[in-house]
Design a protein around this ligand. Sequence first.
Ligand SMILES: [Fe+2]
Ligand SMILES: [Fe+2]
Length: 182
Amino acid sequence: MTAAAPRLPGDPSPEAAVARMIRVDHAGEYGAVRIYEGQLAVLGKSQAGGVIREMAEQERRHLERFEKLVHERRVRPTALSPLWHVAGYALGAASALLGERAAMACTVAVEEVIDDHYRRQAESLGEDQAQLRRTIEDFRADELAHRDLALAHGAGSAPAHDLLTATVKIGSRIAIWLSTRV
Ligand SMILES: [Fe+2]
Ligand SMILES: [Fe+2]
């Protein structure tokens, strides 16, 4: 899709919408890094350690890119970084304490929400924001690869899978909503 979605009454200006996008994505990638740091604190030396480290490395690259965009475009970063610092790490550590498969199920749940989030963002960006759209599309592909990796590592057979998935998804959606605005 190349054309931007039509603007509705009450929608933020295109500039404000892009700033919000960068703010929430920067926050999200920061949260992702913290989730994996929490998981690695528990599972770093386990069999799953290698694959978690691989995903964490990619999240750090995503975060670096959005840090650059925040500076270049003078976007106010979310005021909630201290919260995501703690909540991301706690989610990572808590899921990892439930076991490797639960840690993987946490990744699948987060990445499914992010896939949807990045897809909507990319669809709303026009040609004037082609570079940002490409970044988002690239990162979306990485997140889908994380989901697939986690599924290949037993996410589907995690204990309390459905409850865990639903909880993580609700939390992720609330985090997105908040980081877009605050
Ligand atoms: Fe990411
Ligand atoms: Fe990811």
